[in-house]
Structure formats: C-alpha cells, structure tokens
Design a protein around this ligand. Structure first.
Ligand code: AMP
Length: 443
C-alpha cells in the first residue's frame, strides 16, 4: 500500500516522499483515514510505530483544506506532550511534513525563556505543540488563546498521567471550546484504568485503533536478560560495548545520580558518554542528544522521564542498566529501539535485587525473556537480595520540569524513597505510584 491511496494532498505527499517513506506504517494506515473524516480517535500505539506522522499528516490535511477565511490566524490545533524532548520532536515533525503548506506552527515547553515563545505566538500560529505546564503559563499570561482549537491531540497520554499532569490537562480542557465542537485524538502506549477514564471524559464516540497488542513490545526487538551482580554491571556494560564495537547505545538507569555516575565511569573506561535527566538544563539535554545522534557520544545514559519521546533513527541497542520500578516503563524504554520496522536489541542487566521486578515485567508482557549468563560474569549465588535504593530526594534538589505546576504534587509522599523501600513493593503500591499521586520523581 502506498501513501497515495490515503487521500492526502500533493503537498503532504511531496513532504512524505522527501522523507524517504515508501509506505505508511500500520498505525498510519489505520489512523490517517479516520482522522481525516473528523472522528475522535483513541489509539494504542507504541513509540517507534510512526504514530507522530499518523496524527500530524491528517491534522495538517484538515487544517489546510478548511482554511480560516477572515485573514486572522487563530490557534486551531493543539498537541500536548508529556516531555520537552517529545514536544520538540513532534514540533519538528509538524514542520517537516507541513513544509509545503502555508501553515505556521510553534513549540512551547518549560526550562527555556518564555519571551521568544510569546513573540512567536503573537505573530500567529495554526498549530501549537506544548507541554502542559508551560502552556498554562502562557494561558495565565493571556499569550495564548485556546478558544478556537479545532483539533486536540494528547500524545503519550499514559506518560502524562504518570507524570501527574491530569490536573493541568483538565485546566487546559476548560480553556478550549466545548467537547463536541472539536476533534480529540488520544495516543497512548498502554491503556490503564485511568487512561480509559480520561478517554471517557474527553472523546466522543471514538474510533479505537490498536496496532500492537496492549502492553506488548514491538516484535522486531530482540530482548535478552544477562543475570549479573550489581557491582559488576558497569564492567560488563563496558565490556559489551567495547567487544561488540557498539557505536550508539542508550542506557537506562533508575536515578539521576546513577545516570551521572555511570556516564562518568564509562568515560573513565574510555567510552564517550553523556547523561540526560530532569536535573540537566534543557540546553544540556538538547546538546547531549544532538552529540549522540551525530555519533560523537557513543553512550547516552538516561532516566525514564528524560528519555521519553527520544527519537533516534535506527537506534540498535538499548540497555537496562537497572530495571524500572514500573513494568510499563520497560515497554517505553525498549521502544527506543526497533523503530519503524528496524531491528533492535534490548538488553537488561539484572542483579538478584531485581528479580521480582523482572517477573513483574514478564507478567505484563505475558512472556519470558531469555536469560543468558555471560562467561566470567556469573552471579555470585551467596549474594542475597537487598532493597533497591531509589536515589536521593533531599531538600534543595532542583525541581523537575513543569515543577511550578506540580508543586502540590511533587511534595507528595514518596513511598519507596523515604523508607528505603524495595522496588519489590506490592503491586498495589506500584499502581498508586503510576497514578501520579505518590509519584517517585526519579528522573
Ligand atoms: P514515531 O513512532 O512517530 O516516533 O516515529 C518513529 C520513526 O519512524 C521516526 O523516526 C519517523 O521518522 C519514522 N517513520 C514514520 N513514518 C514512517 C514511514 N511511513 N516509513 C518509514 N519511517 C517512518
């Protein structure tokens, strides 16, 4: 099937062919016609499936075929994303696919100066990509008007709820035209009860589109577990990168401190490495990502929140240096590889403390991940499991993104951190964390 059959305009088809895309991905095949008809959509699509083009192309098509007549340029489409990186990437996609159309777009997120964003908004934009916190800053300063939004996209809605943005989302919704007067598109990798609740409130008679089974990992990703002692993980990682001559590896740690420390240690091992996490300035994060994409930095060490939305073409290797506390984050993490049909490899270095987390992940995936003990790195059977450390959350810790709007929630109890509780916490406790109420701000 080619893109020509989807009814997209010549300008969009030109931009698609300039990108080198030969055929639509499954999510694009399903979502584009439905969105072009103006229907609400609830789409279950993992990152890497081509979902961004899946909503951006029909959105651009609709805006360009129904132009505003009286010459003014109201904001007509809003895309909300959980992280700055994802906002930047979606913003790039909007520009890329819309480059032959007379539509203006802008991206707004926190951590950078607001004035250039205000200037841009003042000049008039048709499409705005935003993180919720900064968008509300603009709304409060009356530098953005959401009253004429025709199309709303919630991208990675599950992560937005995980990050505690539900109140901000509600405030944004209240600033927009009534539900029936706009088209709503909700994209999420997983469908928790909370997502379904949000969808119930937001969507009108939505078309349900799913391209991969719920909570499953992309099939092109080869997954493997290497059991190894905690204190030998770094050595094993350096060995694997060096001996396999991996040139571009994304490595996940659980905490910001852990990411920094690991990047420094890898540097000492002679591997160029950089860390990205919520305590780094936006500029530092963007620079590290750019250097990684250009191949100047071989290993990018990231926490979950910082890595959300990273789009690095054909990333071949993802390593879980530490398993995430929340099983769904495993799905998000390994979705960084095997994107848009490419092959990828996801490797988890698992120590005895993390066996319960591993079982939870396998339960979610409904499959076992093969375990391979590497020669010379066999785990010491005498080592007993210990509670998993969650990093430091002391006073004076710089706030994470959108913290102004999270203030009430960021002081919420941190069930694992304060008590040094194990990641082997009961499932009920972990679910509470996912709801954002008792969120662990590890990134
Ligand atoms: P996404 O899931 O939207 O983050 O997209 C993942 C990657 O797939 C991005 O690098 C896109 O540029 C790429 N992509 C999107 N659509 C296609 C397509 N039809 N053919 C090939 N690559 C695509």
């Amino acid at each position: 099937m080619s893109f020509d059959t989807l009814g997209l305009s010549a300008e969009l088809l030109r931009a698609i062919s300039e990108q080198g895309y030969n055929e639509p991905t499954p999510i694009q095949r399903k979502a584009i016609p439905v969105i072009m008809q103006g229907k609400d959509v609830m789409a279950g699509a993992q990152t890497g499936t081509g979902k961004t083009a899946g909503f951006t192309l029909p959105l651009l098509q609709r805006l360009s075929t129904n132009p505003i007549k009286n010459g003014c340029r109201p904001l007509r489409a809003l895309v909300l994303t959980p992280t700055r990186e994802l906002a930047a990437q979606v913003g790039d996609s909007v520009k890329t696919y819309g480059r032959h159309l007379p539509l203006q777009s802008a991206v707004v997120f926190g951590g950078v100066k607001i004035n250039p964003q205000i200037d841009k908004l003042r000049r008039g934009v048709d499409i705005l990509v935003a993180t919720p916190g900064r968008l509300l800053d603009h709304a409060n300063q009356k530098t953005v008007d959401l009253s004429q939004v025709e199309i709303l996209v919630l991208d990675e809605a599950d992560r937005m709820l995980d990050m505690g943005f539900i109140h901000d989302i509600r405030k944004v919704l209240a600033l927009m035209p009534a539900n029936g007067a706009r088209q709503n598109l909700l994209f999420s990798a997983t469908f928790s009860a909370e997502i379904k609740q949000l969808a119930g409130r937001l969507l009108n008679n939505p078309e349900l589109i799913e391209v991969a089974r719920r909570n499953t990992t992309a099939e092109k990703i080869a997954q493997i577990v290497h059991p190894v002692d905690k204190n030998r993980k770094r050595e094993l990682l350096s060995h694997m990168i060096g001996s396999n001559n991996w040139r571009q590896v994304l490595v996940f740690t659980r905490t910001k401190h852990g990411a920094n420390r690991l990047a420094q240690q890898l540097e000492k091992d002679g591997l160029s490495a950089a860390a990205i996490h919520g305590n780094k300035s936006q500029g530092a994060r963007t620079r590290a990502l750019a250097a990684f994409k250009r191949g100047e930095v071989r290993v990018l060490v990231a926490t979950d929140i910082a890595a959300r939305g990273l789009d690095i073409d054909q990333l071949p290797h993802v390593v879980n240096f530490e398993l995430p506390n929340v099983p769904e984050d495993y799905v998000h993490r390994i979705g960084r590889t095997g994107r848009a049909g490419n092959k990828g490899e996801a490797i988890s270095l698992v120590c005895v403390d993390e066996l319960k987390l591993m079982r939870d992940i396998e339960q979610l995936l409904k499959r076992e991940i093969p375990r391979v003990v590497l020669e010379g790195y066999e785990p010491d059977p005498s080592i007993r499991a210990e509670p998993i450390q969650q990093g430091r959350f002391g006073k004076g810790q710089p706030r994470t993104q959108n913290a102004t709007h999270n203030r009430g929630r960021s002081s919420a109890k941190r069930p694992f951190a304060s008590r040094g509780k194990s990641g082997n916490a009961p499932a009920r406790q972990q679910r509470r964390t996912r709801s954002g109420r008792n969120q662990v701000k590890a990134a």
